[in-house]
Design a protein around this ligand. Structure first.
Ligand code: SF4
Length: 374
């Protein structure tokens, strides 16, 4: 049975909480042995102070690295972008680990068996395939496109920078699961000391939770984290897909919980803005068969546009989303925004936004283009 532990950080003792969370799973020795090559994958792709909740706390990474180092392991800390260096510059981690940006690390092309999004050659950092132990150290946050971001989505940082866009074209949720099929995390240590809530990747805010969530299965950890955010795991597309592909349980009955009682910790987050109904009253949105991912991304993007004052200026713009057999008729001066790969066949009829789903921020750029505000 998958195990997930939840530990409260008491009196700022982050290292103690990480150790306790891992000990509740049987201790680091259950995962790491002498001379193992251990890859730690934190979430550090932006250069931000940890108080923002947008990066994994360096103290959590230090605690995990020390536990593995005590056992005689060789440690590599890797993340996309050079921000891994900036964010860890004030730590002593360079004394016990090699710190690498995946942007500079050697890569080789891999194929992922059974991939549903990344079904082509994927340039993967070699160290991901070479490591004996893979430890994911994500931060917990809401996310408009995937509802939540934690252990599973953390692996998106293994891809090269220019693949971010490609993944949105090929299927974001499917690609997240594909990456986890290629290299499932042996251990997850979630930094939920300061989480991120709200309309991420739009306007989001820090949410102090003071928790460490650890587990021996990333799907199980994310299922527990989903409850803490306030989602049922069977409503989170990439968790359902991962479960159906045999990567781990999402039903709490199949997860052994240790440490803090989960129930009082549930439903704590302000969610991302993922609905479009209130905008559909003001803007023509033709979306007869839109799927949840596109609806969520569009809802998040329209919220961002509203916050930037763009919606007040709209008078002759309409959105078409999801599969449509026939383009609806509008006045000749109406500009169409064709949102998502499903509308590709109509792309010559307006401003086409590619992606499956497209990134939420591209709603704003499409609107700016139509409004001549680029
Ligand atoms: S592009 Fe089509 S298939 Fe992809 S998320 Fe949007 S509606 Fe769904």
């Amino acid at each position: 049975m998958a195990q997930v532990s939840i530990v409260k950080v008491e009196n700022g003792n982050i290292k103690g909480a990480v150790r306790e969370a891992v000990d509740l799973l049987g201790g680091m020795g259950r995962f790491v042995k002498k001379d193992d090559l251990v890859l730690l994958k934190p979430n550090l792709f932006v250069n931000q102070p940890e108080e923002t909740g947008l990066i994994t706390s360096p103290s959590v990474i230090e605690a995990a690295a020390m536990l593995a180092k005590e056992l005689g392991a060789r440690i590599v800390i890797g993340e996309r972008t050079e921000n891994v260096y900036h964010n860890l510059a004030d730590t002593d981690l360079a004394d016990i680990a090699e710190i690498i940006s995946f942007d500079e690390a050697p890569r080789h092309d891999i194929r992922i068996d059974g991939a549903r999004g990344l079904y082509f050659d994927v340039p993967m950092p070699k160290v991901v395939g070479e490591c004996d132990v893979f430890i994911s150290i994500p931060g917990l946050r809401t996310h408009a496109l995937t509802l939540m971001s934690n252990a599973m989505k953390n692996l998106m940082g293994l891809l090269p920078r220019d693949y971010t866009q490609l993944v949105h074209i090929c299927g974001l949720n499917e690609s997240i699961v594909d990456l986890n099929m290629y290299r499932p995390s042996d251990l997850v240590i979630t930094d939920a000391i300061i989480a991120t809530e709200g309309n991420f990747p739009g306007k989001a805010k820090a949410l102090p939770l003071n928790l460490i969530i650890a587990g021996d299965n990333p799907v199980a950890v994310d299922a527990v984290a989903a409850h803490i955010i306030g989602y049922q795991p069977d409503g989170v597309e990439h968790l359902v897909d991962a479960n159906q592909r045999g990567l781990g349980p999402i039903d709490l009955a199949e997860i052994e919980l240790k440490g803090c009682d989960l129930k009082p910790l549930c439903d704590q987050f302000e969610k991302s803005h993922t609905t479009i109904s209130e905008y559909a009253e003001r803007i023509p949105i033709v979306a007869p068969a839109i799927c949840d991912s596109c609806r969520q991304a569009l809802g998040c993007g329209l919220k961002q546009a509203e916050e930037q004052g763009l919606l007040a200026e709209i008078s002759n713009i309409a959105f078409v989303c999801g599969p449509v057999e026939k383009l609806p008729e509008f006045d000749s001066d109406t500009q169409l925004i064709l949102y998502g790969n499903c509308t590709a066949r109509w792309r010559h009829h307006g401003e086409y936004v590619r992606g499956c789903p497209p990134q939420a921020g591209r709603v704003v750029s499409a609107l700016r283009k139509c409004l001549n505000k680029e």
